[in-house]
Design a protein around this ligand. Sequence first.
Ligand SMILES: [Fe+2]
Ligand SMILES: [Fe+2]
Length: 132
Amino acid sequence: MTLLQWQERYSVGIDAVDHEHKELIELINRLHDKLTANGDESSIEAFFGDLFKGVSSHFALEEKLMRERHYDQVAQHKQDHERLLDEIRDIMDEFSGEADIAELSAQLDAWFSKHFETHDARLHQALTSHSQ
Ligand SMILES: [Fe+2]
Ligand SMILES: [Fe+2]
């Protein structure tokens, strides 16, 4: 079962960002598959590592873009990125083979869809209205 699904409304109108959002969704779905398939713990840990790297480099790209375009909510947006990274770090630290997969999946889904629909959507609006 696919956990997260790309939606047109997630688009921020910047190809590089949209591309990375799609990749992150893909990565989270693969992690979810691995967890539900009862993969061995070491491969799941390595996977969390990849997810963390993918997410942090994506956030770095958005933050660079926001600074370049003098976006008015850089601090708030960056704070939400940091919160998400902290939560992933906590999950990684606490991860054990008996993790509650349903709960973890719901958490990942909630984070990303919410961040896309709020902070990233607002960024999209600001960037597109400024470029006209
Ligand atoms: Fe963001
Ligand atoms: Fe994003």
